[in-house]
Design a protein around this ligand. Sequence first.
Ligand code: GTP
Ligand code: MG
Length: 195
Amino acid sequence: MKITSADFVTSATNLDKCPAGSHPEVALAGRSNVGKSSLFNVLVNRKRLARTSNTPGRTQLINFFIINDKLHLVDLPGYGFAKVPVRVKAQWGKMIEGYLAGREQLRGVILLVDVRHKPTQDDQQMYNWLKAYRIPTAVVATKADKLSRGRAIQNLAVVRKNLQLADADPLVLFSAVTGQGKEDILTIIKNWTMV
Ligand code: GTP
Ligand code: MG
């Protein structure tokens, strides 16, 4: 799939505020600071369409972008950031869950994990939860540029085992710095959305 246009649509805090219409949708989920917004920017070839930051918790709303006038890509807030106050965490959890469980247009979720580390309990929970809701999921192990190629491949096996990935669920090695894995992710999005 070639992305020729990408524009911000709106931010939402709950399902009611999500844009209406029938555009198929793909969402990016993962821990705070894992690199969701960075992956988004690489996919759409824009440096700063989605805001990124060194500070975890940058993305605090459900952000909708329209791609090629045909599909929505959704940049979700991250989970699992220890320094967020408990009350805010609970709010974000509810917001993300409400969206994932209730959004009819959702065709699949790209779940990002950090290739350098074993998936966290939060990652496991999110993956299991997506499976329970029968949402097609692709796991992307990101920040590959921070490891040697051999080490990154080794760690992919750890991710697959640790999350107990279903055989049908793809696992892609990615780097927002080198763009490695970008085409594979675009193909997955195309297959999910049929656009
Ligand atoms: P929240 O919005 O807080 O949930 O974070 P996020 O998942 O959107 O992460 P974001 O894209 O803002 O990236 C967090 C930090 O990781 C930034 O400093 C990015 O530059 C860095 N980063 C993201 N992806 C990569 C990558 O593939 N390689 C390297 N080296 N750094 C990355
Ligand atoms: Mg973000």
